[in-house]
Design a protein around this ligand. Sequence first.
Ligand code: DSN
Length: 424
Amino acid sequence: MSYDRVRDIDPAVADALVGERDRQENTLAMIASENHASEAVLEAQSSELTNKYAEGYPGERYYAGCEYADEVEELAIERAEELWGAEHVNVQPHSGTQANMGVYLAMLDPGDKILSLELEHGGHLSHGHPANFTGKTYEVEQYEVDPETGYIDYEELRAQAEEFDPDIIVSGYSAYPREVEFERVQEAAEAVDAYHLADIAHITGLVAAGVHESPVGVADFVTGSTHKTIRAGRGGIIMCDEQYADDIDAAVFPGAQGGPLMHNVAGKAVGFKEALTPAFEEYAQQVIDNAEALGTRLQEHGFELVSGGTDTHLVLVDLRESHPDTTGTVAEEALEEVGIVLNKNTVPGETRSPFNPSGIRAGTPALTTRGFDEEACAQVADIIYRVVDTPHDDDVKAEATEEVEALCEEFPLYEREGSIIDFE
Ligand code: DSN
C-alpha cells in the first residue's frame, strides 16, 4: 500500500504507516504472537465495512442495511466451523481477551473461581491476573509448570483442582513451548464438575492445520485470536457446542461488546479461506520445524530452553545459566538494534521481575510466512547467539545487522514470487 491518500490529508500518519511497513519488511518479526497477514486480508480489513454498524447476528441485526455484513459474517462462521470442526462459532470478539471475556461472562458470576496457569509460567493476563478484569472479578488460583521439567504437571493440576474446586479451568498458554494435553485438563475439569476453557490464541493455526492436538470437542469452550498463527487479521473467536451457543452469543453481544468490527470479520473470512488451502497445512508444519531448528541451534550454542525444547511455534530461553549477567531486557534491546524483534519474557521460577526478566521468547510464525526454512532459522539462531553473547560489542552488532538485512532481502514480504502468502 502506498498510503498516498493518507498522505494528502495527514503526512504525519502516512510517515508512521510507511515507517511501520518498512520496519516489518526490514526486520525479523520473532514475537511469537505476531505474523504477517496476506495482502488480501489487509485489503478486506481496510474495506468500507468499517463504516457499518451491525449489532446482532446474521439475519437478526438491529440496524438496516446489513445484507453484505451478513454475507461476510456467515462466510467467516462457515469457514471457521470447517477449519476447526466446531459446532458453533462466534467471530465477533474484537480480540482473544474479548473472546475470553465472552466465555467468563456467559458461564460465571462475579466471585466464581478460575484455575489457570500463572503468568510467569506462560499464562495470560486474561486468565486471572490481578491487574486484569478477571483478577478483579473472580476468585483466581493458579497452577505452575513443573520446575524440573518445564512441562505442565497434569496430575498436580488435577490435585489442585480437587482442592480449589474451581468453576472453570483454563488451559492454553502464551509462552508454553510444549503441546498441550487438552484431554488431561478436561479430565481434571470433569473430576470437579468445572467448565474447561481452552485458549488456543497462539496455536489457532497449528490446531486448524492438524499439527497440534485440538481441544475442539474436548473442552467446553475454545477461544482464540485470529492474527497469530492462523494469520487472518486482528481479532478473536469463540467456539463451543450448540448447547452453549445462545449464551455465548448473548455474552459477546450485547454482553461485552457493541457493534462488531465488520471489516475485521471480513479479514477473518478471507484469512480462514486461505487457511483452508493445502498450502496452509504445509505452512503450519514448517512453523514447527523452524522452531525446532531454531531451538536446536540455540542449544548447540549453550542456551537453555525451558522444557528442553519445543513442540510448537516458539522457544523460551532461560538466560540464567548461559548468561547470568544478561537479562531478557538487555538481550531484547541488543537484538532489536540488529533487526531481530523478539520479546523479553519471564521464565518459570523467575528470580528477576516481569519488566526485567531472565528470558527471551522467540517464535517462527512470521519468519515462516516470509518463507524461512530450517537452515535460515538456524542462521538466525547463530546471529542471536553472537549478539546475546556480546550485547555491547558494536562490531558484532554491525555484522549481525548486515546479515539480518541480507535475510530480509532474500525473504521479502508480499512481493515475492511464489510467496506462501500469495495463495495463488
Ligand atoms: N500479547 C500476546 C502475546 O504476546 O502472547 C498475547 O495476548
